[in-house]
Design a protein around this ligand. Sequence first.
Ligand SMILES: Cc1cc2nc3c(=O)[nH]c(=O)nc-3n(C[C@H](O)[C@H](O)[C@H](O)COP(=O)(O)O)c2cc1C
Length: 199
Amino acid sequence: MPVSPSDFHELVLAARTCRRFVEDEPLTMDDLDWLVDCARLTPSARNAQVLRFILVTKGQVLDELFKLTRWAGALKEGGTPKPGERPTAFIAILAPKEGAPLAPYDAGIASETIQLAAATRGWGCCIIYSVNRKDAAPLLKVPADMDIPLALGLGVAKEERAIAEMPADGSFNYWRDAQGVHHVPKRGLAELVIGRFGA
Ligand SMILES: Cc1cc2nc3c(=O)[nH]c(=O)nc-3n(C[C@H](O)[C@H](O)[C@H](O)COP(=O)(O)O)c2cc1C
C-alpha cells in the first residue's frame, strides 16, 4: 500500500525493511531513476556528491546479483526471499575507495531516502551490506577505484511488517510470526535519549 508523505511519522513507520516482493510486478528503469533522483537531492559531505549508482532490473544480472546477497541473517528459518518473492530490482551504491572518508554517511542518507521514497509508492526496500563484493564488482562493472558500500534490493512490497516493543530480555532480533508478519523491535525514546539540556 502506498503511504502518503503528508504524515511523515506514518511514512517512517511504513518504510520498514522489506524482504518479500511481488515478483511478477517488476520495477522498471524509470522507477529506479525516480528513486535515485530523490537520493541525488540529499545532503552530502562537503556537497562533493561522490556516490554513484548502478541500476539493475529483471534479467540475468539481477539473478546473479541476488545470489551474491545475504538476507535476514537473524531469522532462524532463513530470510532469503523465495522464488516468486524475490526483489525485482537492485540499486548498487558506489563510493570511492580512497579520498572520501565520509562517503559511508552519504550512502546511509541516500539509502534511507530511497527506502522512504519507495514506501510512498508501495515498494519495499532492503538495505544490504552483506554483498559478495569480490564477485559483484565484475558483474556490475564497478570502476576499479570504487567500492559498493551498500546495495538496495527493491520491488513491489509483499511482506507485512510491524514495529514491536523491545522484549524484556533486550533482544533486538526481528522475528516472523505464524502468519508470516515480520516484527521489528525498536527501543523506546526513554532509552535512546540519554541527555537533555533545556526545557
Ligand atoms: C547499514 C545497514 C546494513 C544492512 N544490511 C543488511 C543485510 O545485509 N541483509 C539484510 O537482510 N538486511 C540488512 N539490513 C536491514 C536491517 O536488518 C534492518 O534495517 C533491521 O532489521 C531493522 O528493520 P527495519 O529496517 O524494518 O527497521 C541492513 C540495514 C542497514 C541500515
